[in-house]
Design a protein around this ligand. Structure first.
Ligand SMILES: [Cu+2]
Length: 133
């Protein structure tokens, strides 16, 4: 009885080690560097847009599936106003000019296309590209 139980414990330990080895390699893929946030989370900073998903900045370049809710969040902007301003075609509804930590602007993108945006206050000094597919 006792030897059998010891063997089973050894086998269980081996399985656990195998699992932890596998978990050290990322499985989500396509997330080089960056904050690791879900696709569609974008930081509005001084003076940049930055993808929360892959870390790209000026332009922040994000690729999302059609139907994704995209959220821009004002982060560390202090008293400096910014906006999310659609540029060119296809376009989307631009935000108001907002000031203050933690402000957010959300849009749901349902139509595939490449959307360009900047900031109405800072123009091309802040830029982003959203690829909806
Ligand atoms: Cu700005």
């Amino acid at each position: 009885m006792r030897p059998t139980r010891t063997l089973m414990l050894a086998a269980a330990a081996a399985v656990a080690i195998g699992c932890s080895d596998n978990s050290t390699s990322p499985t989500d893929g396509g997330t080089p560097g960056g904050g690791g946030a879900a696709a569609g989370a974008i930081t509005v900073g001084n003076i940049f847009f930055q993808s929360g998903h892959n870390g790209t900045r000026n332009p922040a370049v994000d690729t999302v599936a059609a139907g994704t809710t995209v959220t821009w969040t004002w982060t560390g902007t202090g008293s400096t106003p910014h906006s999310v301003q659609s540029q060119g075609s296809p376009g989307f509804t631009s935000s108001a000019t907002l000031t203050g930590e933690g402000q957010t602007y959300t849009q749901i993108f349902t139509t595939p296309g490449t959307y360009q945006y900047d900031c109405a206050v800072h123009g091309a000094a802040m830029s982003g590209t959203l690829v909806v597919q």
